[in-house]
Design a protein around this ligand. Sequence first.
Ligand SMILES: Cc1cc2nc3c(=O)[nH]c(=O)nc-3n(C[C@H](O)[C@H](O)[C@H](O)COP(=O)(O)OP(=O)(O)OC[C@H]3O[C@@H](n4cnc5c(N)ncnc54)[C@H](O)[C@@H]3O)c2cc1C
Length: 593
Amino acid sequence: MNKNSPDYYDEIKQRFRKERDVRIEHRPEGRKQYTTDLAPELDQYAIDPQSEIGAARRPLNDRVEVLCIGGGFSALLAAVRLREKGVASIRIVERGADVGGTWYWNRYPGVACDVLSYDYLPLLDEMAYVPERRYSSGEEILGHCQAIARRFDLYDCALFSTTVTATTWIDDRKVWKVETDRGDCIEAQFVICANGTMSQPKIPNIPGIEAFKGHSFHTARWDYGYTGTSLENLKDKRVGIIGTGASAVQIVPELARSARELFVIQRTPSSIDVREEGPTDPEWAKSLKPGWQAKRREEAIALSELSWVERMTRAQEDGVNAAVKAAQQSLDVAEFNKLSREERIKRQEAANIDHMMSVHKRIDDVVRDRQTAEALKPWYMFMCKRPCIHNEYLPAFNAPNVHLIDTKGIGVNAIVPEGPVVDGQVLALDLLIYATGFDVQKTGTYNRITGIAGLELSEKYKDGISTLFGIHSRGFPNLFIMGGLQASYQFNITDMLQTQGDHIAECIAFARENGHGSIEPTADAEAMWVKKVIDNRGKTSWSEECTPGYYNFEGESNRRQDGNYNGTFRSYVDSMKEAQSQMSDYFTFSNGQ
Ligand SMILES: Cc1cc2nc3c(=O)[nH]c(=O)nc-3n(C[C@H](O)[C@H](O)[C@H](O)COP(=O)(O)OP(=O)(O)OC[C@H]3O[C@@H](n4cnc5c(N)ncnc54)[C@H](O)[C@@H]3O)c2cc1C
């Protein structure tokens, strides 16, 4: 493709479409190509390798004011704000054996966040903590979660190794009855569904998975018992990894160093950019004034109002990564803002393609084998899939023991006792790792939630999700959902979770202060929000044209309200603030007990 040709960008877009169509053709079933129902044949992929089944304990039968389902950042952020508002009676019920959520479960080698740690780790002002590195390791993030729990007395109220199985509204007493797999029956006036945007591992529906005779696990359940703590047990093993998304990109360099042979089974490559890694500058850390992180958050919210081009420019100041720098170079903000809408879209597309071509160029520069380099090139717009940043992923393919198995968009056909079958060939393996991701944003639906008059949340959502801010749903008083659909979706998820935690704490404090037994969105407020979600969808055909992935629900395009709120983050935050200042316009209340 010749950059000087007038058809250059159109030709690339055609190639994008072609690659996308291959994916859709081979997996027209969208998200149904995966399963999260891991019991009983697949329950080995769900078991917690970090902890034995929790020690025997008596079932609890008591009452708390607020119960959080889950113990990750969502629960911690909401609980901290509630503590600040004087709520003493809180309980966290968590399936894992500690707080941390994502960072408890994902202990794979190389695990780290992909967002600058100064933004990703929340509550840095409150904790008077500055992360050690620009991108924190999973270990540091888990440690931060534990420190938050200690500092705000959340360990005392946590129930670990316990899974909530049913949450039922008792209308005459205005309480939720929360039941668990340990026989607990806890009453709670308020329930916060903090059970995760990406907490449920998913496994592809490939025929024969259970027939595999080697060892296998999902990346979120890393089995160090098998691999050894430094992966030393893999030195004589043939290891395969299915998937090349964000987890695999972090894991592959580690496996490349340790396995005898590593086979990376790819369907669609990720876009890999430079990770501007390094330790935190001690002088900069010393210069920080109290409230520094809150200021950064304000800036992040303000950024959301700018055009993509302006955001790219501003992001550069933080050295976000080469991705944004490259895109920025080809656009002049002042000039851009004077253009017609059509021209702006064209320019943005061109800048996006230029960036993707710079990603291709880096692959050519780094990966020595031409065929492998070609296969590693992502053919879709930047941000169609979660962009990855890593400095060792691409070089790993230069190692003689690392083999890219490119399935050209088709994927693994079957799994037989010896290993996966790709294009009719059996790949014999000792260890098969599923880096196949998670069910995304099913928050609030992983236990049976039954509201007023026996209505189940899943039943209410059947014909379309219906919420106010993605948090409240009519018919389910005193229930708050975090990280769910119809909420804003931010690249830095904790920014969004924090605004939700703040809002939920405001709602609960308002109900307490005014002696209300329950708070529930009005039908009008909910309808208003659903309309906003729909109105803000489909402004462009962007996600339909993208290669399938979790950002576009694996290519399911006709989703109407069953997605995120795509207005700006600022408007999301402001909408919640407005509701907080005029509660009775948005909510109905019942008298307290
Ligand atoms: C490997 C990985 C890397 C990531 N990196 C980034 C990043 O760089 N930047 C970013 O913004 N986001 C990242 N994320 C997304 C990450 O999930 C969020 O940033 C954030 O941690 C979500 O917090 P949460 O509390 O909402 O959910 P989680 O951290 O998933 O916590 C939810 C908890 O709820 C528990 N739970 C679920 N159901 C039940 C039940 N019925 N009963 C009891 N407990 C239950 C789960 O066990 C889980 O521990 C990453 C995710 C993964 C998997």
